[in-house]
Design a protein around this ligand. Structure first.
Ligand code: ADP
Length: 355
């Protein structure tokens, strides 16, 4: 079966010479929720606009349902896009805004009305159908933008930071609705965001981008547990990254690197020179099990926030790292700033990364 969306070596260089995206490869299954995540300017929106057809592609191909759409105009692609500012026509009514895409596609008035009525019902917007779009709240505008994107029954819905304009409360509510809606409709969603929690919380897979390049494509949990590049280790979650010299793999299934803090074992092939340790992987009471990594340090500070204890620990090389532990453990309760301690780490939770 064909993928809903395939990007094959897609790249974009703007007229002024800015290389916004290079060599982007991605295959998306039907019904998948994929987030593009990365800092501002890394090329997320450019990629989304190339998928939608609003931006010329400098090199590579875009396929939808197995069909090459690289040179197909936006309204002829089986996709629709929701813009960051919603791009509603302020002086058109809700009904006119939602029906606009169907009109562009040349749909007859009676069928258009039927489809618009159905989606107005679905989004609880019937009461506002004849109100002008500029007379609505942020949340209502957001729903209209979604309704307008979905009324054309796309195979792929492209969303460019769709929740960026909402306040935190509404954002959470609409995040939930969005996720439920996507499951219910089974439509493929490609969602652009610079908010880590949004990407990790909503999507089946996350594409992490930096400087126009895809760094890693993984399900949220794996991205968190197994960063594959130094950028991802620094960007996702809270990792301590320790540099060293590759020592190869050993019989216990772990590879090793020699660092100024001692030898560190972890999951890798044996040629890596960096170790990434998630903040949650540290224990402050080492179990003295064979193979456990031990790092001596001094507690700089301790903040207990609900169930989580946020510690700052100064290691032997003077760097201060973030450690997250269960707040209710007696050994955590007993810790005082200035205390010497030994952090223990299970090598299975350490990822070795190529520099
Ligand atoms: P993001 O969505 O991740 O914030 P963009 O895709 O908007 O990133 O931008 C990627 C890069 O391309 C940035 O360096 C940005 O300045 C540049 N860029 C975006 N649009 C244009 C344009 N129309 N002309 C020239 N450069 C652009």
């Amino acid at each position: 079966m064909a993928y809903d969306l395939e990007l094959l070596g897609v790249g974009k260089t703007y007229a002024d010479g800015t290389v916004a995206v290079s060599d982007f490869d991605l295959k998306v299954e039907q019904g998948e929720f994929v987030a593009f995540l990365g800092p501002s300017g890394c090329g997320k929106s450019t990629t989304l606009r190339m998928i939608a057809g609003f931006e010329d592609i400098t090199h590579g191909k875009v396929l939808m349902k197995g069909k090459n759409v690289t040179r197909v105009p936006p309204e002829k692609r089986p996709s629709s896009m929701i813009f960051q500012n919603y791009a509603l026509f302020p002086h058109m009514t809700v009904r006119e805004n939602i029906g606009f895409g169907l009109e562009v596609k040349g749909m007859a008035a009676a069928e258009r009305k039927r489809k618009v009525d159905r989606i107005l019902d679905m989004f609880d917007l019937a009461a506002y159908a004849d109100r002008k779009a500029d007379r609505l709240s942020g949340g209502q505008r957001q729903r209209i933008a979604l309704a307008r994107g979905l009324v054309v029954e796309p195979e792929v819905l492209l969303l460019d930071e769709p929740l960026g304009a909402l306040d935190a409360n509404l954002r959470r509510i609409i995040q939930n609705e969005l996720k439920l809606l996507q499951r219910e409709l089974g439509i493929t969603f490609i969602f652009v965001t610079h908010a880590q929690s949004e990407a990790l919380g909503l999507s089946d897979r996350v594409v992490v981008m930096s400087n126009g390049v895809v760094e890693q494509i993984s399900p949220p949990r794996e991205l968190y547990r197994r960063p594959l590049t130094p950028f991802v280790a620094g960007f996702i979650g809270s990792n301590t990254v320790i540099e060293g010299r590759a020592m190869g793999a050993a019989g216990d299934g772990f590879a090793r690197i020699d660092t100024p803090l001692g030898v560190i074992q972890g999951v890798g092939g044996g040629t890596e020179t960096l170790a990434a340790i998630p903040a949650e992987a540290f224990r402050i009471a080492p179990l003295n099990t064979p193979g456990e990594i031990h790092l001596p340090g001094t507690l700089s500070s301790r903040h207990l926030v609900g169930a989580v204890g946020h510690l700052r620990v100064r290691l032997a090389d003077a760097r201060e790292i973030a450690v997250e532990v269960q707040a209710d453990r007696p050994e955590v309760q007993a810790l005082m700033p200035g205390a010497a301690l030994t952090l223990g780490v299970d090598p299975a939770s350490v990822t070795l990364i190529q520099a």
